[in-house]
Write a protein that binds this ligand. Structure first.
Ligand SMILES: CC(C)(COP(=O)(O)OP(=O)(O)OC[C@H]1O[C@@H](n2cnc3c(N)ncnc32)[C@H](O)[C@@H]1OP(=O)(O)O)[C@@H](O)C(=O)NCCC(=O)NCCS
Length: 138
């Protein structure tokens, strides 16, 4: 069954929060939906994408384009809906939206322990690039 991938709407909050709790149980408090969603809506709100099936939010992706590279975050599919190809369709949809903005390349980070997700992105044409990921909290 194909689900319509569309930009997030305010009424989706409860469903997206539940999805993220299930998909990202170890996320730190600063990544909680209550903080991350309003922050995203202030920047490229059309690139926070969701899909619902029978009123339940079943998938999400938070894409962004900074004028140089595109990024993907919060790629999540409800456990009950996995391995049906909808995660792949979701990433491809976000890729099209980023490409339409002129984005030439997408980067993303995966925890080194998350081999399943590395395999998922590999299937979608993403390659492992020899980089060290660095970050600084502001
Ligand atoms: C990663 C995730 C979004 C994949 O969603 P999905 O809808 O199940 O993915 P798809 O059905 O489109 O899978 C596409 C391909 O990826 C690979 N893949 C996906 N899940 C896999 C798994 N659990 N084990 C092995 N391969 C897997 C397979 O090659 C699959 O193709 P196939 O089913 O024809 O073999 C989902 O597992 C998820 O939400 N995980 C938790 C959140 C997370 O870690 N997100 C990534 C943050 S960086």
């Amino acid at each position: 069954m194909t689900v319509e991938i569309r930009p997030y709407a305010e009424s989706d909050f409860v469903g997206v929060e539940a999805l993220w709790r299930e998909a990202f149980p170890d996320e730190p408090p600063q990544n909680a939906a209550a903080l991350a969603i309003p922050a995203k809506l202030a920047m490229q709100p059309d690139l926070l994408l969701v899909a619902a099936e029978e009123l339940q939010i079943v998938e999400s992706i938070n894409a962004g384009y900074d004028g140089h590279r595109g990024w993907l975050y919060n790629v999540a599919v409800l456990q009950s809906h996995r391995r049906r190809g909808i995660g792949a369709a979701l990433v491809r949809d976000a890729e099209k939206r980023l490409a339409a903005l002129g984005c030439p390349k997408i980067n993303l980070q995966v925890r080194t322990t998350n081999e399943v997700v590395v395999g998922f992105y590999w299937r979608l044409g993403y390659a492992i690039e020899e980089r060290i990921s660095m970050g600084k909290r502001l």
